[in-house]
Design a protein around this ligand. Sequence first.
Ligand code: NAD
Ligand code: WQD
Length: 341
Amino acid sequence: MSTVLVTGGLGYIGSHTVVELIEAGHQVIVVDDLSNADKDVLQGIQGITGTAPAFEMLDLRDRSGVKDLFKRHQQIDGVIHFAASKAVGESVENPLLYYENNINSLVYLLQNCNENGVKNFIFSSSCTVYGQPEQNPITEDSPVQPAVSPYGNTKQIGEEILYDSCGAYGLKCISLRYFNPIGAHASAQIGELPKGVPANLVPFITQTAAGIREQLAVFGDDYPTADGSCIRDYIHVVDLAKAHVVALERLFQGNNTDKYEVFNIGTGQGSSVLEVIRAFEKVSGKPLNYQVVDRRPGDVISVYADTTKAREVLGWHAIHSLEEALDSAWRWERRIRNLDR
Ligand code: NAD
Ligand code: WQD
């Protein structure tokens, strides 16, 4: 049995990955500062898996705290690093907060991995590194574009830090470039918990359907796409979580061909905003109150993944449909709002 340190393990993607790791037989240590998560998520994880992972409440910007963490846990075989600040708009308003959190936390973790002989590292990257691709679906070989936000820049810099660290310290790292994660665990015991007004499409849709928001604003229908709305690659969070387990096992087994590897993690399917709304209406059986408004500054028109590399090299592909993902998101929203009582 291997021991995996999961930073940000009570967050949205982290908590689903912790479940998959436990179910795959790994022992998990969760680190989270609860800046964007609730401690109750631990109960959700335990409810699903029957196991409570070890939990360390720690802000990874605390350099000596990170050192002590590695002292307390001598047997760490691999790290999956989710912890980061992720609100694009906030990163424009307060870039230094993002550089401090997303970069310092990564550097302190890597220093301690190096000092403690921890060689296996998985990093949460993002399709945001591609900006607006000239061609879709986009492959991993496509050039990384100048970042459109400080948040996006922290993902690009993070990848560069990891590439250099692999070269210098014998680290093995896989960066997973996520497309748009949506949905929740089938049990509805864990899911996405955005604080305040959601910035992302699917939580805004489910909150609107639940009556918490009055109306969804669709940001533009005059883009050069079939129906005029933007296109993204929406991936079920459980499929995404499973990709982490596969990637980590690749490193554990020494099957990686390069010390630093990058994989797109998406479905390979592009869906427009209006298609997502239609699919949601179908699975929920409810018409959604929405209105088309102006474009949102900074949005790319269209981005979706070429997933050939993940299929061929990792042996991973997404199995859930858009409808299944939206159905799970809606069941989660109903559960946390007590709508089924
Ligand atoms: P999330 O906010 O739900 O999870 C991040 C977790 O990290 C939270 O629980 C938060 O409390 C914790 N955290 C933040 N800073 C910390 C710190 N300094 N010390 C300890 N814990 C800290 O976000 P998520 O959607 O689960 O995203 C996970 C990762 O995936 C992030 O790195 C994010 O940038 C990346 N990512 C997310 C998306 C997305 O659309 N959700 C897309 C691409 C990449
Ligand atoms: C999806 C589509 C919006 C909300 C962001 C980050 C990116 C990545 C994922 C981490 C777009 C439209 C949205 C709404 C809408 N995160 N929309 N009304 O923009 O692809 O990416 O999250 O790495 O870095 O930028 O996701 O969910 O915000 O938007 O019409 O209220 O939905 O315009 O076309 P996005 P999103």
